[in-house]
Design a protein around this ligand. Structure first.
Ligand code: NAP
Length: 852
């Protein structure tokens, strides 16, 4: 007789439930494992349609927790077919005697949290109520087939099949007239097999999909060899990789090579026959539409090379979504199938289905009879299996209600209001964007370790805090926002199920980065969780990820380079270092014209670079001052940012090479700033600018020069400025603001580097002068309209914020943007850090606004 009161209830006996059962047994918990099917295998139990295969190589799509399996189980192919994967699951279940502890053909109908007893009550389809402390949903992400939202489905009297619920005995289509609706992975894999048997096959396609041949055969030799040589390292690489399969991250932009070179690189990845390799050919195909177009065009070229009828080839070629933004497919002979005379493709955009009828399908102005209809129409992905169970947490609130506008989880594992509830590969974790085996094992390990930790430390409950959950939602959104995934109507976005909220369901920040976040949470005493038992509570509340994801990646990359701190260099070395770094960045957008010249500074000539918009002039002018701590940088050193500002704001930018410390210390930069403004104003018409429409702009120390120049223009009788644009400006060298300490170490501009800059530029006494510290000016009244951008993780944040506040108090019109998750340098990194793009747009808008 099974216990009705256990430590843990696990729902699902796919690869997740099986491994969790093993671990719960090992760690001595009592449990019940419930499975709706009558065997193990989960997705590989249900999806038995012909041609079903895994798109991840067998070298990677297998358990790692039992090393003996690598000797005891031999895969026959690179991409194992469903029957073999199911046999593997059965083999593991037998080997570890898992069958004896799994209850098959049992569904969970409901689950309620009891706040008094601190336990879940699980109601099963057999009428049982099971009480448990922990409730784990190991129900899979693609386990609930979507209802076919097509009129008349109930009328058809022929045979109906759904790929995700395929009959166990198989289906013989010989001599039959068959319709397949849907061309996602399931359709693309099954269509060639159905075509082999059917007398006539009509494929109803709403959206063509990207697919590459599986080139099935033996497992990739180079992976086999690496595994043989050092399995532990290989597995570790997989766990910290982007997708859960070891792979070198590309450092090549698809836009930095010719189309011929790009296609050659893609061809090499194609020939490897690895889906993830193809998507990984370029560093920017997921974040830049133009880069993605290069891959998409390569894929369309491949379709054209196979499909003989050019019209059919065109219909099979995706144009509306980027490569990878809907799950790309792997096939065996899919496109070739459309060369067969008995196979027809119907484009539902031109000929929509009017209704399924008793005998077939009415579409466009045709009616066609079929013996069988196959629905390959997909799943209510990621949340379907979770919200279809009536799960009521604290105060009776159901997960379905809580997630009405999109799933809210902490780490994709847990959710506020649902203590001791865990989801394996849930929304907000890498899940379906990863090699599921790696993600499943990670979640099972995390849950096991958490349960053990709670038991060892006498905690009854664990629940994320609202702050942590909201922070994770924001982080997940930040990750998605820098990609082009949200443009596509994919099931990743919930777009395939009518009424489902449109959000990015999986976490797109990468498997390794996700794992590090989970590890950090634990290392920081379960950061963002409250653990409790009666009056005993432990809560280290906070956010595990706050820095913008692309900025974080750059910081991590830089930390691997072990670069010397600039403040340990001489100014000459620092200048050379800065120039060498600048040479490696993307150039920024095209502008109408770039010319270099010389202008009159306070003490001799200064170089300048002029960026002219492509539109007819004359244009408003921004006199721009570069960053570099008054010590390094030049009129060309902020080139990408100047181009971006010029192109986006239609403003002529004159970037000035003011004199640098220590050779020319305070007040040289400030005096040059003012002199340059006067010169540009005087020569505005000759430069192609409008003298009455002139602003100053600058970043960092250049922001300081711009702010001081604006004050000098006010105090010295002009020129009259239309505005000042200050990005992360230095405004106060007279004191340490809190952000100097808070953000002083990890974020490129460090506290000690800032001190080094000041030491070269101005003495402690000089720093009290408003021409060094514009915040200290006696009055800020009558300064021009201001756009001031400060960054959350910039040591200069607080002095920038203080300047914005002081300007407002003095009656100046101020637009103050506090860039969340950004660092001192990130907004200037044009074409490198997409998260900075919205702020650059805001700055350009502000510049335009100054002149209107
Ligand atoms: P899917 O990718 O969601 O594809 C469903 C197809 O049905 C799409 O072409 C969709 O068109 C179409 N469709 C849906 N509703 C329709 C309607 N009312 N009328 C006409 N067409 C309709 O589903 P799937 O192929 O089952 O694959 C789901 C996921 O399972 C895959 O993306 C993959 O992650 C996983 N999977 C993996 C493998 C593998 O590893 N080899 C195999 C199978 C599945 P739209 O695109 O216009 O919505």
């Amino acid at each position: 007789m099974a216990q009705s009161d256990v430590d843990v209830v696990v729902v699902g006996a796919g690869f997740a439930g099986m491994y969790l059962l093993h671990e719960l047994r090992k760690t001595g918990f009592s449990y019940r494992v419930l499975e709706a099917g009558d065997d193990v295998g989960g997705t590989w139990y249900w999806n038995r349609y012909p041609g079903a295969r895994c798109d991840v190589s067998t070298t990677d799509y297998q358990y790692t927790w039992d090393p003996e399996l690598h000797e005891q189980w031999q895969w026959s192919e690179k991409h194992a077919a469903q029957p073999e994967i199911l046999r593997y699951a059965q083999f593991v279940a037998k080997k570890h005697d898992l069958y004896s502890d799994i209850e098959f053909k049992v569904r969970v109908n409901g689950a309620q949290w009891n706040e008094k007893t601190k336990r879940w009550s699980i109601h099963t389809s057999t009428g049982e109520k099971i009480s448990c402390q922990h409730y784990v949903m190991a129900t899979g992400c693609l386990s609930v087939p979507k209802e076919p939202d097509i009129a008349g489905t109930e009328k058809f009297t022929g045979n109906v099949y759904v790929t995700g619920r395929w009959p166990h005995e198989g289906v013989d289509f010989t001599g039959k007239r068959v319709a397949v609706i849907g061309t996602g992975s399931s359709g693309i894999q099954s269509i060639p097999h159905i075509a082999d048997q059917a007398k006539e096959l009509v494929v109803f396609q709403r959206t063509p999909n990207f697919s590459m041949p599986a080139f099935n055969g033996p497992a990739p030799q180079y992976r086999v060899e690496r595994l043989k040589a050092d399995r532990a390292t290989y597995e570790r690489e997989a766990r910290y990789s982007g997708t859960g399969v070891p792979m070198e991250d590309s450092t090549v932009s698809a836009l930095s090579v010719t189309q011929e070179e790009a296609f050659a690189m893609l061809e090499a990845a194609w020939q490897k026959g690895e889906l993830l390799s193809l998507g990984n050919t370029f560093m920017d195909s997921a974040i830049n539409r133009k880069a993605n177009d290069v891959v998409a065009e390569f894929m369309r070229m491949k379709v054209r090379s196979v499909v003989k009828d050019p019209e059919v080839a065109e219909l099979l070629s995706p144009y509306k979504h980027g490569y990878g933004t809907k799950r790309p497919c792997m096939d065996t002979g899919y496109f070739e199938t459309f060369n067969k005379p008995h196979v027809r493709l119907v484009d539902l955009n031109a000929q929509p289905i009017r209704s399924i009828t008793e005998t077939g399908i009415d579409f466009g102005n045709e009616s066609k009879d079929f013996d069988a209809i196959v629905y390959a129409t997909g799943f209510d992905a990621m949340t379907g299996a979770i919200v279809n169970v009536d799960i009521a947490g604290k105060d009776g609130v159901t997960l379905k209600d809580k997630w009405e506008n999109g799933p809210l989880t902490y780490l994709g594992l847990t959710s506020v209001g649902f203590p001791n509830l865990y989801m394996i590969t849930g929304p907000g974790s890498p899940s379906v964007l990863s090699n599921m085996m790696v993600s499943i094992e990670q979640h099972v390990d995390w849950i096991r370790d958490t349960l053990v930790h709670m038991r060892d430390n006498g905690f009854e409950t664990i629940e994320p805090t609202p702050l942590a959950e909201e922070g994770w939602r924001v982080h997940c959104t930040d990750c998605a926002d820098i990609t082009i995934f949200q443009e596509a109507n994919s099931w990743y976005m919930g777009a395939n199920v009518p009424g489902k909220p449109r959000v990015m369901f999986p976490y797109i920040g990468g498997v390794g980065r996700y794992r590090m976040a989970c590890e950090e949470v634990v290392a920081k005493g379960y950061l963002g969780f409250e653990l409790a038992s009666g009056a005993k509570k432990q809560c280290n509340d906070g956010l595990v990820r706050e820095v913008q994801p692309d900025v974080d990646m750059v910081l991590d990359f830089i930390s691997t380079l072990n670069l010397p701190a600039m403040e340990t260099m001489s100014p000459a070395e620092a200048r050379a270092f800065s120039e060498a770094s600048s040479a490696m960045r993307p150039s920024g957008p095209e502008v109408g014209e770039i010319t270099d010249g010389v202008l009159q500074g306070a003490d001799g000539n200064l170089e300048y670079r002029l960026y002219r918009p492509a539109t007819p002039g004359p244009h408003p002018i921004a006199v721009y001052f570069h960053g570099g701590g008054w010590v390094f940088g030049s009129h060309t050193s902020d080139d990408p940012l100047c181009r971006d500002l010029c192109a986006q704001s239609n403003t002529l930018i004159v970037s000035v090479n003011y004199r640098h410390a220590p050779e020319a210390p305070f007040p040289a930069a400030a005096e040059d700033g003012f002199a340059a403004l006067k010169w540009v104003h005087k020569n505005a018409a000759a430069l192609g600018g409008i003298p009455e429409k002139i602003a100053v702009a600058g970043w960092s120390a250049g922001g300081n020069v711009a702010a001081v120049t604006a004050q000098m223009a006010r105090d010295k009788g002009g020129p009259q400025l239309s505005g000042q644009l200050l990005l992360c400006p230095v405004t106060d060298g007279s004191q340490q603001h809190a952000s100097h300490r808070e953000n002083g170490e990890r974020f490129i501009l460090t506290k000690s580097l800032m001190e080094w800059f000041w030491d070269h530029y101005a003495t402690p006494e000089q720093r009290k002068n408003p021409q060094a510290s514009p915040l200290l000016a006696a009055s800020l009244a009558e300064l021009p309209p201001t756009m001031l951008v400060t960054c959350q993780f910039d040591p200069l944040r607080d002095e920038g914020n203080a300047y914005a506040r002081a300007l407002m108090q003095a009656g100046v019109e101020v637009e103050h943007v506090e860039a969340r998750g950004h660092i001192h340098t990130s907004i200037t990194m044009v074409d490198m850090l997409p998260s900075g793009a919205p702020h650059r747009r805001e700055m350009a808008q502000a510049l335009k606004g100054f002149f209107n």
